[in-house]
Every structure is written in structure tokens, then in C-alpha cells.
Design a protein around this ligand. Structure first.
Ligand code: T4K
Length: 370
């Protein structure tokens, strides 16, 4: 491959279509702080996603940090080790203790059967991740949360546009957090959002992301600067026009991979989730013992061909220096997550990826030439 093929590449609209948005910003000189594009994008995203309230953020990580503040979470937060570091970092940035629970083998999401045994008198919240856009077992998690009086904050960074049983997956839990990073299905360069179901919580989140200001002279809480700028919000409005086409295109690639890899010994595609309308954010495969190469062997073989697959999520968060001393980080506590992090490889998937290149990638994986 002459040109590097990355695991993802951002979807960008025609440049000339962005110019009028910039002209508007230049003429009003309104650059940030809940400007007109910010307000329009919040409304447009609520409509597109089918949710009641959404607060835009500068990125998904600050949104996660703020979500924990918004619900005044204390003590211990049950979460998954099989995610991007930002999930657990948001817990640490609030001086809370993450408690890692193992994941389910087929979904790669928190295993609800193992949550209850991790609950202590200090537990106040569960922070699951809809990993790769596959919905968590939201019903089971909610039953546990209701029984023990816990809050649920979903890290929904991979879940833009995903529907579960005909409705947005973002409607589950107390809050859901989105990422609009360049590498996501829908991007605003950098960006993120918190989704919530009532106006009072949205108001508190809006205060928190603007230093805590309720008006010119009243500071309600020690807030942060998490505001999305007008440039990002304007870009988000333009992106929304193209996101359905982008998702459809990702779906074609997903189908092609599934057909092409279904009979390869030792390569397993994650099952398609039931009752789910997907947005195809990632295409993970598991490289098992029956395959002629190790996971890292396949990763390197693709890399030699200038194809840059990624080992999301390896290493586990619980194996990173700032987490590995926690009792819940012990490998015995997380056998499924440990095993899957050694096997997983995310293959390139993005709207502009040529279907011939997908066939080439399938061919390389199918070939037993080392
Ligand atoms: N929770 C979860 C579950 C998440 O996955 C994430 C982010 C977050 C929370 C936090 O949300 P944000 O604060 O980021 O909004 C990438 C992304 O940086 C990160 O956003 C994402 N998860 C994570 C899964 O992937 P890296 O370190 O792998 O990114 P990087 O720079 O290596 O990019 C991957 C590939 O994408 C590159 O090889 C090339 C391509 N790329 C990347 C960028 C940034 C481009 O073509 N253009 C670009 O502008 O973390």
C-alpha cells in the first residue's frame, strides 16, 4: 500500500460548504460561550439523536469529568478496564476510586453478573462503556442501580446514532457521554456532549462547564471550562448533513469484512448485537489460538503492508501504572478482559475507505503466508 491506511480517518464535508459558517462567525465576532451555532447544534443533535437534553463540550473527557461532578458522585465508581483510558481517568480526576469489574466475552461490555459482588458501602455509581457501540445490558444494569441506589453514567463515546429497541441508547442511565473526536463516527474536530433527561440537570451541567457561573456575579459550583467553541459547533452542524451517508458507508464495510472473514479459522468477528441499529464505529476481530499468527503477528503483518490496525483496548486500563495497584486490578479479577485484550484487533473502518482496500485487508488476513 503506497498510502498508509489507518484504523480510521475523519469524515470531512466539502471545504467550500464550511466557508459561509466561518463568514458568519467573522461578521458577528461571537466565538464561544453559548453562541448561536452552539445553541443550534444542541437543538439539532437532540432532534437527530432523539434525546431531550444535550450539553455540548470541548471534548468527551471533560464531559466525563463533569458528568461525575454533576451527579455529585463520591467514593467508588464501578467501571470497565476494557476501554480507552479517559473512562477511568475521569474517575481519578474527581479523586474517586475506580473499581474494575470484568467484561462479558461476547459484548466486551461490563458483565452485569459480576457487578453486585463489587458493590461496597462506598459505591455510588456505575460507569459502563458501550464498547465499540455495542449496547450494554442496560436493563440488568438499571435493576442493580435501582436496588442499591446507584447512579449510572454511560460512557457512550462509541455510540453516536446507535438505537436499541427502536430508541436512542443514550436514553439509558442517568447520563450518557458522547465524544465527537476526529476519530469518531461523527466529529467536530474535538468535541463531546452529555445527554440527560431533565432540564434541571442540564442547567447544572451548563453551569459546571462554564466555571460554575449562573449569571454575571453568581458562581454556583467550582466549575471548569468545558465549552465548545463556535467553530466546532458550526462544523458540527455541517457534519450532521453527511452523517447518515457516512454511517451507511461504514455499514457496507462492516458487511464486507463479516462475509470475507466468516470462515477464517481462528478469526472471530464480534456478533452483531440484537435489537440494535448500529453506527459501525469500530470493526474489532478476535485473533484466537487456531489462527496461524498471534494477534501481534497479524498486527505487524498488516503494518508491513502499511495498514495500521489498532489494538483497542490493549493494554487494559487496570494494567496501567496509575491503576495496577488497585485491588480490583488483579488479573484474577479480570480474566475475560485480560484474555480479550490479548486477542483483539480493530481493522480499518471509515467512510472513505475504498472497498478494494477492504478486500485487500481481508486477503492478507486469509492468506497463510507469514
Ligand atoms: N471514552 C471512550 C470509550 C473513548 O474511546 C474515548 C476516546 C473517550 C472516552 C474520550 O473522548 P475524547 O476526549 O477523545 O473526546 C483515539 C482518540 O484520540 C480517542 O478520542 C479515542 N477515544 C480512542 C479510542 O482513539 P489514539 O491515541 O488511538 O488516537 P490516534 O491519534 O492514534 O488516532 C488513531 C488514528 O486515527 C491515527 O492512526 C490516524 C487517524 N487520525 C487521527 C487523528 C487524530 C486521523 O486520520 N486524523 C486525525 O486527526 O486515541
Amino acid at each position: 500500500m503506497n498510502k498508509p491506511i489507518y484504523v480510521t480517518q475523519p469524515d470531512l464535508p466539502p471545504l467550500e460548504e464550511f466557508i459561509p459558517y466561518l463568514e458568519k462567525i467573522w461578521s458577528t465576532k461571537w466565538l464561544t460561550n453559548n453562541g448561536p451555532f452552539h445553541q443550534q447544534l444542541e437543538q439539532a443533535l437532540c432532534e437527530y439523536l432523539g434525546v431531550e437534553h444535550l450539553a455540548l463540550f470541548t471534548n468527551g473527557t471533560i464531559a466525563l469529568v463533569t458528568a461525575l461532578q454533576a451527579l455529585r458522585i463520591t467514593g467508588e465508581v464501578i467501571t470497565t478496564p476494557f476501554s480507552f483510558v479517559a473512562t477511568a481517568h475521569s474517575v481519578l480526576w474527581n479523586s474517586l476510586t475506580p473499581v474494575f469489574v470484568d467484561i462479558d466475552r461476547t459484548t466486551c461490555n461490563l458483565d452485569p453478573e459480576k457487578i453486585e459482588e463489587a458493590i461496597t458501602p462506598h459505591t455510588t455509581a456505575i460507569m459502563p462503556v458501550h464498547c465499540y457501540g455495542t449496547p450494554c445490558n442496560v436493563e440488568h444494569i438499571q435493576r442493580i442501580a435501582d436496588t442499591y441506589g446507584l447512579k449510572v453514567i454511560y460512557d457512550a463515546a462509541h455510540t453516536f446514532g446507535v438505537k436499541y429497541r427502536g430508541e436512542s441508547i443514550l436514553k439509558h442511565g442517568d447520563l450518557s457521554v458522547l465524544s465527537f473526536h476526529a476519530t469518531k463516527v461523527y466529529n467536530t474536530f474535538e468535541g463531546g456532549a452529555i445527554v440527560c433527561s431533565n432540564a434541571k440537570t442540564k442547567q447544572r451541567i451548563d453551569y459546571l462547564k462554564n466555571f460554575g457561573f449562573a449569571d454575571e456575579v453568581t458562581v454556583m459550583a467550582p466549575g471548569i471550562n468545558g465549552k465548545m467553541s463556535e467553530i466546532n459547533a458550526a462544523f458540527g452542524l455541517l457534519q450532521l448533513k453527511y452523517v447518515d451517508v457516512a454511517i451507511a458507508r461504514r455499514g457496507e464495510i462492516d458487511t464486507l469484512y463479516r462475509h470475507g472473514l466468516s470462515d477464517v479459522k481462528g478469526i472471530t468477528c464480534l456478533p452483531e448485537p440484537v435489537h440494535t441499529e448500529r453506527s459501525f464505529s469500530y470493526f474489532p476481530v478476535l485473533v484466537g489460538k487456531d489462527y496461524h499468527l498471534s494477534r501481534d503477528g497479524l498486527y505487524n503483518k498488516l503494518k508491513e503492508q502499511n495498514i495500521h490496525a489498532r489494538r483497542y483496548f490493549y493494554p487494559l486500563i487496570s494494567d496501567m501504572p496509575m491503576y495496577r495497584g488497585l485491588p480490583s486490578s488483579s488479573q484474577m479479577n479480570l480474566p475475560v478482559a485480560e484474555a480479550l485484550s490479548q486477542q483483539v484487533l480493530c481493522l480499518p473502518i471509515f467512510p472513505d475507505l475504498d472497498l478494494n482496500i477492504v478486500q485487500t485487508i481481508i486477503g492478507i488476513i486469509r492468506s497463510d503466508k507469514v
